[in-house]
Design a binder for this molecule. Structure first.
Ligand SMILES: Nc1ncnc2c1ncn2[C@@H]1O[C@H](COP(=O)(O)OP(=O)(O)O)[C@@H](O)[C@H]1O
Ligand SMILES: [Mg+2]
Length: 402
């Protein structure tokens, strides 16, 4: 649906993102000047020379953010020593527990907060140094969506999406065209005249996304935008964001406390803990070689490091005669765990059983764990553990079941 809307937009009158259209040079600008509000064209980001430095859409340089003491409450060091470059055109996940500093980080990107130390540079401009009108203009190229949508209940879907365009001084007829295009882009053209109270959570977030894209931003910030949605709606909204990133080239910064969101959408990830960046890089690298406990605990959500209740309740710490030793094997890499049980059975002559398994794909790599039941007492368990370590599987003994 997104693609169809975009194709219509490209072949027709409206240009969703002038900087991304394929037709180069003056004819394009002429078309844009006929159909698109001038402020829209002026806001198109200037192309920078191709260089590693210019590839960052958002750059944090030596950032610290401290909220001052207030009414007897002590000051809070929300962020410290933050140096991150968010690649242009990427979907970058920022994951951390509640209170880690994620929302403070996004509010620095759109200039709602000023850093206590350091600089925040967005698309080549130091947003942390801007104020007043300059800041408001820069903010038009940074869209934001929220967990609770932040729609105005007294305005229809159309009027909510139109709001940033009204503020930017667009003509009524331009607004009508642009909002219709945005409604189609997010797949809710039929909800044009609906009020937020008449929309489902997913539809409200689609209005939020359309509103955030109205002024043609180069960056879209999403602060827990799917945290209030059910898993199926979450998936649909994440798919929409992926399409927007791919088709419009908008850089997306995805703030979340949910590993599944990062896994589905992001290629880059920053892990925040207590105001510090503890890991950053490609999702596949970080989640296949997690170095910090916080990263491992997020990973456990996906790889199922917690045991099924029925198995956990049977697990004991002393071997029982005729029972099984329970061993967890971590599998990483394509196809890593596929033939494990068959090979164990063949090479060691043991009837190993599979008690639980969870393998998922993260950044194109298989990551997960298998929980095996090994009959034959300590001796057999020791042989299995030795065999596993020979093949470089990381494994641990969890206990025993009768
Ligand atoms: N406006 C504020 N004033 C004072 N403290 C704040 C403010 N906003 C956030 N904090 C504190 O900063 C820390 C980080 O908060 P936040 O950035 O909201 O984290 P997250 O989004 O990861 O939950 C928390 O300890 C929080 O209480
Ligand atoms: Mg937050």
């Amino acid at each position: 649906m997104v693609i169809a809307a975009l194709q219509r937009a490209r072949s027709g009158l409206l240009l969703l993102h002038p900087a991304r259209t394929t037709r180069p040079g003056p004819p394009d600008m002429k078309a844009a000047s006929i159909n698109v509000h001038p402020s829209f064209v002026a806001a198109a980001p200037a192309r920078k020379p191709i260089a590693a430095e210019a590839d960052a859409m958002v750059r944090f340089e030596g950032i610290a953010k401290t909220y001052p003491a207030y009414r007897g409450k002590p000051g809070v060091k929300a962020l410290q020593d933050i140096d991150i470059a968010i690649p242009r055109g990427s979907i970058t996940g920022v994951i951390g527990r509640s209170g880690a500093g994620k929302s403070s980080l996004v509010r620095l990107i759109n200039g709602l907060e000023k850093p206590t130390m350091g600089r925040v540079v967005v698309d080549g401009r130091e947003i942390s140094a801007l104020a007043g009108r300059d800041l408001r203009l820069a903010q038009r190229s940074i869209g934001m969506i929220f967990q609770h949508f932040n729609l105005l209940s007294s305005r229809t879907a159309f009027d909510n999406i139109a709001l940033p365009l009204e503020i930017a001084g667009w003509a009524k007829s331009d607004i009508e065209l642009r909002v219709a295009e945005l409604l189609a882009l997010v797949g809710i053209s039929d909800k044009h005249d609906r009020y937020p109270s008449e929309l489902s959570g997913g539809q409200k977030q689609r209005v939020g996304i359309a509103r955030a894209l109205a002024t043609c931003p180069s960056v879209l910030l999403s602060d827990e935008a799917t945290s209030a949605l059910d898993p199926q709606t979450t998936r649909a909204i994440l798919d929409l964001l992926a399409n927007i990133n791919r088709e419009l080239g908008v850089t997306i910064v995805l703030i979340t406390h949910e590993m599944s969101v990062v896994r589905q959408l992001a290629k880059e990830v920053v892990v925040l803990d207590a105001g510090h960046v503890v890991e950053k890089g490609h999702v596949a690298d970080i989640f296949t070689h997690p170095r910090y406990p916080i990263t491992r605990s997020f990973l456990a959500e996906v790889t199922g490091d917690s045991l099924p209740v029925s198995l956990a309740s049977r697990l004991v710490q002393e071997p029982a005669a005729g029972g099984q030793t329970v061993v967890r094997v971590h599998v990483r890499g394509a196809g890593a765990g596929d033939t494990l049980i068959a090979r164990l059975a063949r090479e060691l002559g043991l009837d190993v059983s599979l008690l639980s398994a969870r393998v998922d794909e993260i950044g194109g790599q298989h990551v997960g764990s298998l929980v095996l039941g090994i009959p034959g007492g300590e001796d057999a368990a020791a042989r299995v553990l030795t065999w596993l370590s020979q093949y470089r599987f990381s494994a641990e003994r969890l206990g025993y079941v009768a």
